[in-house]
Design a protein around this ligand. Structure first.
Ligand code: B12
Ligand code: SF4
Ligand code: SF4
Length: 370
């Protein structure tokens, strides 16, 4: 754990990011922007922030192989929101004892609190903000979950990492220890970095496959490739990861079975099977319809026509979102025969959003414009 003194304004960069629309439809980021910029609004009288980084690197072998759908590494564990919180609660009780605090003198957060976790983690010296926008640790690479405890206790701050004798300022451009490297920027298949360290969520696969609950823009679907939940492409390539060591935390029990799921198993998921497999993981929040939607996009990109029967079934699913992406995938895979495959589903379709998918022109020459 590292400590950082609370600075009065840490929101530099956030308002520019919001003004540019980079938050997509995550309206909650706008609603809480003032608090994110001013910790004083989160906890009046706050004096220190304690930052925690939890290593979730589980080793290279856990990555999906053999053309299977890809899952963000963080999701292939028990849900970190649930597992890290008890540790923070225990740390809070220690603070109460050590610093004579009352329970209302501190707040703790993992991910969902109105706190700029990466900026504070950089300020605390836990790592630096990489050009991939991640908090990159010199010891663990970018495979850290971040959590924080905001407190009224006055704690001597650690120093941020520095390249020169001058400490980095809040909101300063990312990439303190990146040098000339641009691997992460070059690795992004959907062009989500308008500039180093800045992610436009609208173009980010992580946003599109996890946060977006609606239609995934047609022009981004090909770039999603095999990513069925989140994306680690700009993380995997970071050379600082060579220092990562498989985490030993018992809290973050790994779920290697998730990476083993085949595309067919995903396309055939039922509500019962979904609940059974994803219980206790962050993926359950996406809900079955979100996962089926993503699986359709992956199937459309996979180029394997043996998935057509499952996709045709999904083109008649209860959810219009699933139907729309299933229609897209059938048209990707079905070529000139797609109209026949979709005949029955199209005859029953009344939803304008789904009907639009039948009418869209397809990028490849064999496509039937329907
Ligand atoms: C919204 C969000 C997203 C969005 C937007 C991502 C983004 N780049 O902002 C989407 C859905 C796209 C996303 C994706 C991912 N996310 Co996310 N996400 C968040 C969340 C909830 C808020 C981030 C935010 O405020 N963004 C707005 C931008 C402007 O803020 P920022 O990136 O922090 O950068 C600004 C500040 O740091 C400020 N600043 C700079 N210096 C200083 C100094 C001080 C003292 C202060 C106060 C501020 C400050 O200036 C920076 C530039 O404007 C955080 C949790 C949290 N509460 O912070 C997790 C979080 C950032 N996500 C996380 C993860 C793991 C991911 C993914 C890897 C998941 C995946 N595999 O699919 C991807 C990575 C994409 C990427 N390259 O960024 C982790 C990152 C851990 C780490 N080591 O950095 C976090 C911290 C969650 C957690 N608790 O572990 N995410
Ligand atoms: S998570 Fe994937 S899509 Fe998002 S910025 Fe990184 S490489 Fe690009
Ligand atoms: S991949 Fe290179 S540029 Fe990107 S964060 Fe890592 S060191 Fe920096």
């Amino acid at each position: 754990m590292r400590f950082a003194a609370v600075e009065k304004s840490g929101g530099a960069g956030l308002s520019d990011w919001l003004d540019a629309g980079h938050q997509a439809d995550m309206a909650w980021l706008e609603r809480t922007a003032e608090k994110r910029a001013q910790v004083e609004l989160v906890l009046p009288g706050a004096r220190s922030m304690i930052l925690l980084g939890v290593n979730y690197w589980a080793g290279q072998e856990s990555a999906a192989t053999g053309g299977k759908p890809l899952w963000a590494r963080y999701a292939r564990h028990a849900d970190y929101h649930d597992t890290i919180k008890p540790g923070l609660a225990a740390a809070g009780r220690v603070l109460e004892e050590l610093c004579g605090l009352a329970p209302e003198d501190y707040r703790y957060y993992v991910d969902t609190g109105p706190v700029l976790e990466r900026g504070w983690a950089a300020r605390s010296g836990l790592g630096f903000r990489g050009k991939n926008a991640m908090l990159v640790s010199k010891k663990h690479g970018n495979w850290l979950f971040l959590a924080s405890i905001l407190t009224r206790a006055g704690i001597e701050p650690d120093e941020p990492l520095r390249k020169t004798t001058r400490p980095p300022a809040a909101g300063e451009p990312a990439g303190l220890l990146c040098g000339k490297c641009t691997r992460c920027l070059d690795a992004c298949p959907t062009g989500a970095f308008p500039s180093p360290g800045v992610v436009d969520s609208r173009r980010c696969i992580s946003y599109q496959t996890i946060e977006n609950k609606g239609i995934i823009p047609a022009e981004l679907r090909a770039g999603i490739g095999r990513h069925v939940y989140g994306c680690d492409l700009c993380l995997e390539v970071c050379p600082w990861n060579r220092f990562a060591q498989a985490g030993r935390s018992l809290l973050l029990s790994v779920r290697p079975d998730i990476a083993e799921l085949t595309l067919r198993e995903l396309l055939e998921l039922t509500p019962g099977r979904f609940a059974e497999i994803f219980r206790g993981t962050a993926i359950k929040r996406l809900k079955l319809t979100g996962l089926l939607r993503n699986a359709c996009v992956v199937a459309g990109n996979a180029g394997d026509a043996s998935h057509l029967p499952e996709l045709v079934q999904l083109a008649a699913h209860d959810s219009a979102i699933v139907r729309a992406h299933a229609v897209w995938a059938v048209r990707q895979l079905g070529g000139n025969g797609a109209t026949d495959w979709l005949k029955a589903a199209r005859a029953m379709e009344t939803d304008a959003v789904v009907l639009a998918e039948y009418g869209k022109s397809l990028p490849h020459p064999g496509g039937d414009p329907g």
